[in-house]
Structure formats: structure tokens, C-alpha cells
Design a protein around this ligand. Sequence first.
Ligand SMILES: O=c1[nH]cnc2c1ncn2[C@@H]1O[C@H](CO)[C@@H](O)[C@H]1O
Ligand SMILES: [Zn+2]
Length: 341
Amino acid sequence: MNELINRLPKIELHCHLDGCVRPQTLADIARREGIELPAGSLEELTTLMKVPPSCSSLVEALKCFELPLKCMQTPYALERIAMELAEDAARENVKYIEVRFAPHLHTEQGMTVEDAIVSVGAGLAAAEKKTDIIARMIVTCMRNHSVEVNIEAVRAAAKFLGKGVVGVDLAGDEENFPPELHEKVFQLADELGIPVTIHAGEAGGANNIRTAVERLHARRIGHGVRLYEDAGAQQLLHDRNIPLEMCVTSNVQSKAVDSLEKHPIRSYLERGIGVTVNSDNRTVSDTDLTKEYQLLADHFQFKAADFKKVAVQAIEAAFVEPELKPELLRKFQEEWDKLGI
Ligand SMILES: O=c1[nH]cnc2c1ncn2[C@@H]1O[C@H](CO)[C@@H](O)[C@H]1O
Ligand SMILES: [Zn+2]
């Protein structure tokens, strides 16, 4: 199974740029830009960039983003980090990736929201030239930011829609900032024709999943772990064909589930909920898509047929230009044929 997992064609819909910075790159950028890091060695830095084993909540996990963000304030840094992330994914045979980031978190040293989008887009485009990957951007709004700030992010996303940006997202502290605070933001996104995905049912209840769909126009749900709490919400996702972007390792770390064994991914898959498999944050969660697949094989009895199913569901749910989907599906089929699965 291990060799098969390495070679499986993969697709990633839920991946945060600032959670996926290579430690060596952070060190390089810090040196280049004269930023002092709280670590004496690469090993120490790597440890500081990861969620600690003692992590007890999403709020605590979110603290791990402060360090990488210090070094993600210039076009050079964003372009390089985006390129490297897409290259890392391509090495795992990821054929399509949606990289999300909150442009406002990158404006501390004078970059504008649009500069941030242009820089990430340039990095992804560079990786597309060098590898076989297709890479797109999702513009993230932060739950703790004001409605005005998030509206600015959505307007910027609209400007780049079809030019690298394929959607908008709401992320951050779900426990203290419920989705309805940002209803207006995603109402606007919908009016502007931008596909919406919302983190919900991770550090908050299934009611947030319902709100995300009914009031924030979500076409996909980030995590949605706690969907089991509400049969009505399950029915809603089923009726509207709304899939979940699941990130198992991240959910264990943020205590969205009590333990790995209690993760509902297998039961959701069996109940016909549109499960997709994602890494969330490669560096912060110390994972990648290959490790996530391995975890599913080892602990949730995922077989080749299950991996095929989640890939097809992810291709269907991708925000990529619709005309690219048949080509993407063909690529996957070709590789499955080669693997004889
Ligand atoms: O799993 C998650 N749940 C909620 N918010 C997250 C998660 N991972 C990252 N971020 C938040 O999204 C921001 C932009 O990428 C990150 O800075 C982090 O605060
Ligand atoms: Zn996330």
C-alpha cells in the first residue's frame, strides 16, 4: 500500500500557505530581511513551527501562524513560499491544488492586498511551469477581522477571479467568531459570482455548518467534523451536493475530535457525504497529503477504491475553471490505469 500511496494521483482543496512554509525557507528569508527568529538552529525552528503535542484547542493551534507570518511580508517571500508549496505538492503527485491565504495578514510592511495576491499567483504560476501541477488561489477572510476588511479582501478576490483566484474562504477562531458575523461579506462574494468555502464545524457546532450554507453561500465546508451532531445539516449537505474538505491530522491536533479513532471520516464516506482529503497545514501540522492518505489506510481501512472516490469527489468540488475538469479527470484515470486500480 505504501508504494501505491506514493504513486496515487492526488488533489488538494484545503491548504493554507502560511501553514506550509519550509523551515529552511523561513530561515533564509529571515536572514535576507534581517528578521530575528526565536530559534538558534533549523531543528529548533522546525519545532517552533509545528503545533506542540500539548495543543488543546484551535485557538492554541492558530498561534503557530504568527512566526511564519513575520517572514511573509514581501513579494519575494510570498512568491517563493507559494512556488515551493506547489513544488512540494507536485512531488507527491498532486495534480491540482487550491492554496488559500488571507491577504490582509501580509500587509504589515506596506504590501497591499492586491500585491499579496499577485505575488502568490506568480509563485504558483512558476511552479506550474516547472511541474505538472495546476495551482489556484483561494482568498481567505479572517473571522477576527472586521466586515469592512473582509469586504476589501472579497473585492480584491473578484478582481483576480479567473486570473488565479477561484474562491473565497472564512478561517480563524471559530469558537469566538461565529459565521453569521460575516454574512454580508459572503453575500457580496455570491453577488460577485465568487465560489465560497467556509471553515465550519471544527471548533464550533454543526449549527455553524448550517449557517455557512444557508446564509454565507458556502459551496464547500472546511472540515465539517461536527456534522454528525445535526441530521438536518447532513441532509442539507446531501441535498445541495456540498462536500467536506476534511483534514484528519489537523482535527486531532486542534481537538475537533477527542482522538484519531473517533474521527468521523469513514462514516461520512459510507453515508455518501462528499468527503475530500486534505492536509490543511503541511508544516504546522507536520503532515502532507501522502501522510494523510497513509493515516487513512492504516486507521480507517481506506483502499484504492476509496482514494479514487475521494479524488473524483474533489475534482467535482474543485473551484477550477470547469473546462479544465475533464482534462484533470483524464490525467487521474491515466494514472489509475497505469497502477492497475
Ligand atoms: O484549520 C484551521 N481552522 C481555522 N483557521 C485556520 C486553520 N488553519 C489555518 N487557519 C488560519 O488561516 C489563516 C490564513 O491561512 C492562518 O493564518 C490561520 O490563522
Ligand atoms: Zn483550514
